[in-house]
Design a protein around this ligand. Structure first.
Ligand code: 5GP
Length: 118
């Protein structure tokens, strides 16, 4: 979990508009877009705009505000897709499975009988 923030990580580039994304929602706190390799249909990412590698390094205010967006976007996914369940996941550090080192939350619809990849 130690190291420094790389401003050229993929999500930083998406936040700056240097790379495209399929945008779901945006405000002053977060940008939300579709995961490019979805684990299930409707797999959405919620990315705080504050520069931090992981949730443990995000400011209290940004974390609290981001979680409210995760809840709202999760409810929007629920309303749109009516999945049987919704996983909210957030990985900190490569050993935990993190691959993009700008803090983000996964919202992953789950349906009965579907195989779990995470
Ligand atoms: P992590 O394992 O770090 O929690 O998750 C990173 C997520 O970002 C993965 O689910 C991966 O599919 C997604 N991802 C990686 N590169 C891109 C990209 O360029 N665009 C989008 N939309 N998602 C990406």
């Amino acid at each position: 979990l130690d190291g420094s923030y790389d401003p050229d990580n993929i999500f930083a580039k998406i936040l700056r508009g240097e790379l495209p994304c399929v945008k779901i929602y945006e405000d002053d706190v977060v940008l939300s877009f579709m995961d490019i390799f979805p684990q299930a249909p409707g797999h959405v990412l919620v990315v705080p705009k504050e520069a931090a590698r992981n949730a443990l390094e995000l400011s209290d205010d940004a974390l609290a505000a981001a979680m409210l967006r995760v809840k709202r976007i999760g409810n929007a996914v629920k309303a749109a897709l009516a999945p049987d369940g919704i996983m909210i996941a957030q990985l900190n550090g490569a050993p935990a499975g993190q691959t993009v080192f700008h803090v983000h939350f996964h919202i992953i619809p789950r349906s009965d009988g579907a195989q779990l990849a995470m």
